[in-house]
Design a protein around this ligand. Structure first.
Ligand code: GTP
Ligand code: MG
Length: 207
């Protein structure tokens, strides 16, 4: 059998950016339109061990790479501000982190940058960090970047409007500066979700 290692991964980001939804897509290949915020509650799943603690949920999922298997131990934290001070419990000793923002919400990128800075200051020195812009499905069918329209009337693109408020370019430039992996995802359609976790798994050094 291939060598297998456990990797602790923490998800951080503003409330409602889709952290739990990304985990649900990765672990169960599922999506819920009205997912409840992560807080203290408790649940159980038959196939994947799920335990919800105060301010975070814990799940595991394996990722098969060509030469090894990575077993992710995932801490999905609550994004609500009142839980922010508990985050160090979850990122302590983490080998990897997903810092998530919502591409339709500029404040969520600001918050993501704060988490990145905190991780760089306080987490393990070799931590692999991925910046993830979620809700890519809301960028519209052609996935065009929003240009600021000077006209009063809003541009329409068929039935679906483009709600993107943060350009790929802007976030990518920031990620490159800070040495982060960078992806845009949709937990709703599943686009790039597996890719993010695989990229993290690949970036974890073999020990
Ligand atoms: P907290 O637990 O409060 O920190 O929030 P969270 O980051 O875990 O967000 P959650 O996964 O609960 O998602 C919040 C809302 O956004 C839910 O209604 C989801 O259905 C929705 N959502 C999550 N991901 C996506 C996505 O990729 N696209 C769209 N359109 N909606 C999404
Ligand atoms: Mg959540």
């Amino acid at each position: 059998p291939k060598p297998s290692s456990s990797v602790k991964l923490v998800l951080l980001g503003e409330a409602a950016v889709g952290k739990s939804s990304l985990v649900l897509r990765f672990v169960n290949d599922d999506f819920q339109e009205n997912k409840e915020p992560t807080i203290g509650a408790w649940s159980h799943r038959p196939s994947n061990f799920t335990l919800t603690l105060i301010s975070a949920a814990f799940l595991t999922q394996k990722c098969n790479l060509p030469t090894r298997t990575i077993k992710f131990e995932i801490w999905d934290t609550a994004g609500q501000e009142r839980f922010a001070s508990l985050a160090p419990m979850y990122y302590r000793n983490a080998q990897s982190a997903l810092v998530v923002y919502d591409i339709t919400k500029p404040s969520s990128l600001t918050k993501a940058k704060h988490w990145v800075a905190e991780l760089q200051r306080q987490a393990s020195p070799g931590i692999v960090i991925a910046l993830v812009g979620n809700k890519l499905d809301l960028a519209g069918p052609a996935n065009e970047e929003s240009g600021v329209t000077d006209t009063e009337e809003e541009e329409t693109q068929g039935d679906e409007e483009n709600r993107r408020a943060i350009s790929t370019q802007e976030a990518k430039a920031y990620a490159e500066e800070e040495g982060l992996l960078f992806y845009e995802t949709s937990a709703k359609t599943g686009e790039n979700v597996q890719t993010v976790f695989e990229a993290i798994a690949n970036a974890i050094p073999e020990s």
